[in-house]
Ligand binder design. Sequence first.
Ligand SMILES: *Cc1c(COP(=O)(O)O)cnc(C)c1O
Length: 359
Amino acid sequence: MSYKIETIKVNKSRLSEIDFDNIPFGKLFSDHMFSADYIDGEWTNLQIIPFAPLELSPVNLALHYGQSIFEGMKASKMTDGTPALLRPELHVQRLNASADRMCMPHVPEDLFLQALHELVGMESGWIPQKEGSALYIRPVMFAMDAKLGVAVSETYKFLIITGPVGPYYPKPVKLLADTQYIRAAHGGVGEAKTAGNYAASLYPARKAMEKGYDQILWLDAKEFKYVQEVGTMNIFFVIDGKVVTPETNGTILKGITRKMILHILKDQGIEVEERLVDIHEIVAAHKDGRLTEIFGAGTAAVISNVELISYDGVDMKMPPIETHKIAHMLKNTINGIRSGEVADKFGWVVPVKRETAKV
Ligand SMILES: *Cc1c(COP(=O)(O)O)cnc(C)c1O
């Protein structure tokens, strides 16, 4: 099905004002955004409009009770200049899984994909060329009912916002395995990309930063024993040459980068295990020198090297980052598939259909 998306263009693009050599993360947005409203059980007002502030009721339900979900994805330019997306269908599927958990409506897959192609096609001039940079894409849906009282909203807004980003987390990160605060418990909303998860992480993250760490390595909510994930990244360990990552059991965000990594590793014949990962196992493997790499994986950073993990008052330092061969290979493979320099043998790359964007 093809939807009729109305386009209202800016009078003057801001593109020429952008310094593509110095892009701050998350502060620059392209000229246009996609916008749709869910009213009377259907998505209407399908529009690409200038990026601009919204008008919200002071009693907007999302502001008070947090019915809000999002996605994070990237568009990049292949070496031949074609803008491309990576596995966009998985992002809309996960958006809809988050929607289910938060009692929100689905965005039809075909609507999501059409809007994405039209918007990214139109904003393709905003996609930075530099290695590791991209056009970050932020789909977001939130409640729009204007009333107080905890209840499921009947109306929603869905936006797709885009903005150029440079390489993210260029420095290796120091993690604190926290034994006081939790991110997600069984039965909770840890698997949903919903606003409250990130709000709840701010205070513990600030405490960790005050102690000199960059982020928290979350442990399970019951025993503070099993490793979950980091900020907006899934976590991987290399032990005895084997790659080990926590299984997604309802408390961990099902990362699309994580999924691609598991696929690449299996394809290359590198042994991988998805299972419970006990922090004591990590401590023991570090002690014996069997823990050779730790890395985080997510759309924003792709791969983020971990320099150390602090647990129980001890900083477990990792060997020099240059020796983290698997992390390096994965980053190059995923970035290479994106750019077209590595053959896309799994069929993950979706070139943006630019012709649909011509208005
Ligand atoms: C988005 C996110 C990830 C990474 O998911 P990707 O699909 O790989 O970007 C991991 N953990 C959390 C908590 C996240 O929000």
